[in-house]
Design a protein around this ligand. Structure first.
Ligand code: PLP
Length: 397
């Protein structure tokens, strides 16, 4: 019997939402949940943010889409703003994170090609990485469960253990084009790469003529309390993929590059039908208006600290259920000692949404606009949910 017309690719929870406001989201039956999943770090400004609603509806009444065959003023503007606030000189807009990564991978390969070294096309990547679900990005992520059954793995990715600098050095060969890494692994279990390691990777790239390619699809756009997570390490990449939070819920992404790294991307080498369309650009510009406001990112740092403290208190009280807290800003992980699905289920019963991740972690990714009251409410729910898990464990034992 067929359950629905949809592909069975998602293990969906039995919840259907109708509306949301800020950090709160309501089901079609009127049940309210505190949303610390935020569409997996997508709803960066929460639900129904008035500035985003206004930007989208105003643009919707004017013009939805024109092809990239024409000048798109909103795209020019958002590109300029991203360039002004980052290492980048050039931007290519996409519809998703995987497409931003595809653009970054192609840009890295073309760079060496136009430099007269077409044999340099391989990227070094890290175990536990997640870069998307296209054929190239599952090869880059290197996870067997995502590669199985999809034919030959796309060539050109060499994986080393997470954060292992010696292994990176050993993996560099005459075909190496660059290093691709998430400053904080999201799907991999909220695993931050130490700042010292990120600096080492920058040095290694400089020494060997490689490009440093960062995947900030999850860690970017204010999530860690800086506009981009690599700023904490005081380094800059050559290429960077961005998506998720940059659209605040509108599907969009971007590949950012230095002039040098992008020099192979000449007319006709890459393209997109939908990427950077006027609707997406209106929303992307509106998201930046808010994230770049004076004090916004400092508030993310403060709220991150408050949340980390509250979670640490729960970990202290229930060390048999919660092993520890990890992450930066509002990209936090609860490392579980019992299966994370059990804790997630208990949290759902306490009307708090979170996202599972690798390494038996639950991710807490509230909107960056989350209030301190919301954080305290979440902490109470987490406490009670974890207590209920312990009670159940004790009964089972
Ligand atoms: C979500 C994610 C992607 C893929 O983005 P999609 O929009 O799903 O294609 C890539 N990299 C990282 C780090 C992500 O978190």
């Amino acid at each position: 019997m067929r359950e629905s017309a949809l592909y069975e690719t998602f293990a969906r929870q039995p919840l259907a939402f109708e509306r949301g406001e800020g950090s709160w989201i309501e089901t079609i039956d009127g049940e309210r949940y505190l949303d610390f999943a935020a569409g997996i770090a997508v709803n960066s400004l929460g639900h129904a943010h008035p500035h985003l609603v206004a930007a989208l509806t105003e643009q919707a009444g004017k013009l939805w889409h024109v092809s990239n065959l024409y000048d798109i003023p909103g795209q020019r503007c958002l590109g300029e703003r991203l360039v002004a606030h980052t290492f980048a000189d050039k931007v290519f807009f996409t519809n998703s994170g995987a497409e931003a990564l595809e653009c970054a991978i192609k840009t890295a390969r073309r760079y060496h090609y136009v430099n007269g070294a077409p044999q340099r096309y391989r990227l070094i990547t890290f175990e536990g990485a997640f870069h998307g679900r296209t054929l190239a990005t599952i090869a880059a992520g290197g996870q067997a469960k995502y590669l199985e059954g999809f034919g030959p793995k796309v060539e050109g990715f060499d994986q080393v253990p997470f954060g292992d600098i010696d292994a990176v050095l050993k993996a560099i060969g005459p075909e190496t084009a660059g290093i691709l890494v998430e400053p904080v692994q999201g799907e991999g279990g909220v695993r931050p790469l130490p700042n010292t390691s990120l600096r080492r990777l920058r040095e290694i790239c400089d020494r060997h003529g490689l490009l440093l390619v960062l995947d900030e699809v999850q860690s970017g756009v204010g999530r860690t309390g800086k506009l981009f997570a690599h700023e904490w390490a005081e380094i800059t990449p050559d290429l960077m993929a961005v998506a998720k939070g940059i659209g605040g819920g509108f599907p969009m992404g971007a590949c950012l590059a230095t002039d040098e790294a992008a020099k192979g991307m000449t007319p006709g080498t890459h393209g997109t039908t939908f990427g950077g369309n006027p609707l997406a650009m209106a929303v992307g510009n509106a998201v930046l208006d808010v994230v770049l406001e004076e004090g916004f990112l400092d508030a993310v740092v403060q709220k991150g600290l408050l949340m980390k403290q509250s979670l640490a208190a729960v970990a202290d009280e229930f060390p048999d259920i919660v092993e520890g807290i990890r992450g930066e800003g509002l990209l936090l992980g609860l490392k579980c000692k019992v299966p994370n699905a059990k804790v997630q289920q208990a949290l759902r019963e306490h009307k708090l949404l979170v996202v599972p991740a690798g390494d038996n972690v639950l991710r807490l990714l509230p909107p960056l606009t989350v209030t301190e009251d919301d954080i305290r409410e979440a902490a109470r729910r987490i406490h009670d949910a974890v207590a209920s898990v312990r009670a159940a464990e004790t009964t089972d034992a």
